[in-house]
Design a protein around this ligand. Structure first.
Ligand code: ZN
Length: 550
């Protein structure tokens, strides 16, 4: 316990008493300590409270509508929800009030109010772009094309899941090449509109004073672009040689001269996966329950609903009402990957139901650009998911034999290095594309595949860059998956230092996560939360250590 002791000499007391008498008590009551009128500050707080109640209602309706889209449990009236958001976000009176007050309430004076104003400011900025009717309707048009699109292989319809199965399991490289090539079908259909959409996003962001849309998004997500780019450059450099060594050994092992983008999933799957038989679907939830109970989460009592459903994603978490109602859907994936997805989505759920902050703008509803730190949320989800790859966890909670676990540990590192470099290529492509939309994006895309992945790809391959649907639906989001890996590694390292082997089964782990990472919501910037929880700013060293590269 630490108690601050103030030495306050009696003479000072008399002096202050005289000052009070001169100024008059009324002045002290009406003027705040930061020189603004308390009545006005109270009016501001009342305004924000009522605005945030509306925001929370709209967020709940959005969560319910999205849930209903995938489950069919009820109506999904997205249009009326979008109107609810527009009424809040396009109201100039609200915007003006927030802008006026933002400069006047200092972080030192009233940190909570300053933070609420900062997040409202970000939401209004984000809405200027995302709620623009032209941008919005083009996004909707593209989303519909993507949702309805049917790929064809050898003149037969083929699903995304089937394509990824072929890329992982098909022995014939020619067949893998053809399956990989189908992405160009969607790309050619959406490319023109996607380019137009990206140009419009850029134009709006520039009107707000940002160099381009990517810079605006990073700023609204609380990510310093220069810091991110340096981080990425460091990771690229540190993984370059080990990645080259991996490729050389794959070539020797499989007796091939060159490797192509359609070879890597197949070759890595052969070496870096644990047999599906140890990860049955019916055992997934009981194992999750046993594990989370052991680290101190009474999940039977938590308002997190899990539904297994055939959805177009691996999994999806919807924090419908924070902290009272979280729901998640998990798709029909098999084996070890299924466990990773279920645990990841459940990690999102834990963050939602353990958020203890009251003002809705600080609860972390995901629907508005500027309202959350998505890299942080993905990181919290990965902290839970990464347990499923931990050797001690595998020994404690599954029947996988130790011999397989140690082989997997080595192979996993290789596949993670490839995954990281693929991600670096994708992030770099998107950031560069927004910086230079006039460039030949197909050539740029292929250039990054060669530069980051050292794989052969001919300029004659049809363009496929626009088939990456996140460019349309979740713009400037890929870097969040990089940040999430770094966050998870750094937090795991901190927890291992604190709990030792008990990190997989001590009840204190859950409380530690709640106290340090969940309960305060968006009260502080995410970078600060990580720094406080782990004792240092977010960096790549823990992640590199987990890959045995540092
Ligand atoms: Zn996630």
């Amino acid at each position: 316990m630490y108690k601050k002791i103030n030495y306050f000499p009696f003479s000072h007391f008399i002096f202050i008493l005289i000052i009070i008498m001169i100024l008059g008590c009324g002045t002290m009551r009406e003027k705040g300590f930061f020189g603004t009128d308390i009545n006005q500050v109270e009016a501001l707080i009342t305004m924000l409270d009522s605005l945030e109640l509306k925001l929370e209602m709209a967020s709940v309706h959005m969560g319910e509508a999205n849930w209903n889209i995938y489950t069919g449990e009820g109506p999904a009236d997205l249009d009326s929800v979008k109107k609810e958001f527009a009424e809040i976000l396009l109201n100039e009176e609200y915007q003006k009030t927030v802008d006026t007050w933002q400069g006047r309430i200092g972080t030192q004076d009233n940190p909570l109010l300053a933070r609420r104003l900062e997040l409202w400011h970000r939401c209004f900025l984000g809405a200027t772009v995302d709620n623009n009717p032209e941008i919005y309707s083009l996004e909707n048009k593209l989303e519909k094309i993507i949702a309805d699109f049917s790929y064809r292989l050898n003149s037969e319809a083929i699903s995304r899941a089937q394509i990824s199965q072929i890329l992982r399991l098909e022995d014939d490289p020619g067949k893998r090449h053809r399956a990989w090539g189908v992405a160009a079908q969607l790309s050619s259909v959406v490319e023109g509109d996607l380019l137009r959409l990206m140009a419009m996003r850029n134009q709006k962001a520039r009107a707000l004073g940002f160099p381009d849309y990517a810079s605006l998004c990073l700023s609204l997500q609380g990510v310093d672009r220069k810091w991110l780019e340096e981080l990425m450059a460091g990771l690229e450099e540190k993984t370059r040689r080990p990645y080259q060594t991996l490729l050389d050994s794959l070539k020797r092992q499989w007796e091939v001269e060159t490797l192509h983008p359609w070879d890597m999933d197949y070759l890595l799957h052969k070496t870096a996966s644990l047999p599906d038989s140890y990860f049955t679907t019916q055992e997934a939830l009981p194992i999750l329950t046993r594990f989370l109970n052991a680290i101190g989460f009474p999940i039977e009592t938590l308002p997190i609903r899990v539904v297994f459903k055939d959805i177009p994603y691996g999994g999806l978490n919807l924090a419908v009402r924070i902290p009272e109602d979280d729901r998640l859907l998990v798709g029909p994936v098999q084996g070890h990957r299924f466990y990773g997805i279920l645990f990841h989505e459940y990690g999102h759920g834990l963050q939602a139901v353990y958020t203890r902050v009251k003002p809705p703008i600080l609860k972390g509803y995901e629907w508005l650009l500027g309202n959350t730190s998505p890299g942080y949320s993905e990181g919290l989800a990965d902290i839970i998911a990464d347990y499923t790859q931990d050797p001690l966890w595998l020994t404690t909670y599954t029947q996988v034999p130790d011999s397989l676990i140690s082989v997997y540990q080595r192979a996993k590192i290789q596949s993670k290095i490839y995954g990281l470099r693929s991600l670096l290529a994708t992030i770099t492509f998107e950031l560069e594309a927004y910086g230079n939309l006039g460039a030949d994006l197909d050539s740029l895309h292929k250039a990054f595949i060669r530069q980051f992945l050292f794989l052969e790809i001919s300029e004659d391959e049809p363009a496929s860059w626009a088939a990456n649907t996140l460019l349309t639906t979740y713009p400037v989001y890929f870097q969040n998956y990089l940040l999430s890996s770094l966050i998870s590694a750094q937090v795991h390292e901190t927890m291992v230092a604190k709990f030792g082997e008990g990190v997989v089964d001590s009840v204190g782990v859950g409380q530690w996560l709640v106290k340090n990472l969940y309960e305060a919501g968006e009260t502080e910037e995410w970078t600060r939360r990580i720094e406080k929880a782990t004792g240092r700013p977010l960096g790549s060293s823990a992640y590199l250590r987990s890959l045995k590269l540092e």
